[in-house]
Ligand binder design. Structure first.
Ligand SMILES: Cc1cc2nc3c(=O)[nH]c(=O)nc-3n(C[C@H](O)[C@H](O)[C@H](O)COP(=O)(O)O)c2cc1C
Length: 264
């Protein structure tokens, strides 16, 4: 009688070999796709930055994004001094890592920390858009805690440094349909034209309400509708905007800009 071809050892051997082959293929795919993923992430950040500046539409192609981005001047500033700082390499500067670093970042005093981020970087990128030497838009990277996540976005300001010209998010983990409505283009558009800073002392006056803005209210120009069913995310958005436009955020830079210290 011939020996049976199947045996437990053979089955386990084949299953193990298959597992090894599959895991090698998955790992190789992950490693090979990583650069593409990183590139796509960077492209998405650029797209959102440009969307905040109103320079591209949501369906923009890679070529359109790169072309539009070529017209944006990126500078690196020292947040406390509000001045351009060329001692830090713009090409390798990583804002998120800098915030966590003992020397490149700093602790934020709890009373000041309305964005609930605990630490922030000492330097930041700022994006300038304009023509003929005139800055027409200042785009600032901002972030803060929502209900579930840190929300990362861009706010674009007019050269008066107080009028919002655009707002967008490129990363967050809020619930789709609730806090995730921060991605809603209509809601983002409702920020355009809002007066975020006081015309006198340039302190933040923008508010995200619980509910709708009463257009007859004298404060309506500095108020935005809250997201329904997402009061906590809405509060987070208000906190992040107020922190970054305030004196511990981009306040010194915006003051410097108003005094003519920043040019294209
Ligand atoms: C599964 C689940 C997900 C939620 N996600 C969010 C969210 O992303 N943002 C938010 O502000 N509230 C979220 N909420 C609701 C909050 O717990 C809270 O009820 C809400 O912020 C209150 O807002 P409202 O006063 O506008 O209803 C979520 C609730 C549940 C049950």
């Amino acid at each position: 009688m011939s020996k049976p071809k199947d045996s437990i050892a053979k089955t386990i051997g084949v299953a193990a070999a298959l597992c090894i082959v599959c895991s090698i293929m998955v790992s190789m795919a992950a490693v090979m796709l990583k650069p593409l993923q990183v590139e796509n992430q960077k492209l998405d950040i650029k797209k959102n930055l440009l969307a905040a500046a109103g320079l591209v539409k949501s369906g923009a192609t890679k070529v359109e994004i790169e072309q539009a981005f070529a017209n944006v001047k990126t500078i690196l500033i020292n947040l406390d001094q509000g001045q351009e700082d060329q001692s830090v390499d713009l090409a390798t500067f990583d804002q998120v890592k800098a915030a966590k670093d003992a020397t490149l970042g700093k602790l934020i005093d709890a009373k000041t920390d309305v964005a609930k981020i605990k630490r922030r970087e000492r330097h930041s990128k700022v994006y300038l858009v304009g023509s003929n030497g005139q800055v027409e838009l200042i785009v600032l990277p901002i972030y803060g805690k929502g209900l579930w996540s840190t929300m990362y976005g861009f706010i674009a300001l007019a050269p008066d440094t107080k009028t919002v010209r655009g707002f967008s998010f490129y990363q967050h983990g809020e619930t789709p349909g609730l806090g995730g409505e921060i991605d809603n283009k209509k809601w983002q558009a409702s920020w355009i034209g809002k007066i975020a800073l006081d015309g006198g002392n340039f302190g933040p006056i923008i508010r995200v309400l619980k509910g709708k803005v009463n257009s007859a209210s004298p404060q309506a120009a500095s108020q935005v509708d809250g997201l329904s069913g997402a009061t906590l995310t809405s509060r987070g958005v208000e906190g992040m905007v107020r922190y970054w436009l305030g004196k511990d955020g981009f306040g010194p830079f915006l003051a410097n800009f108003r005094q003519g210290g920043i040019t294209l």
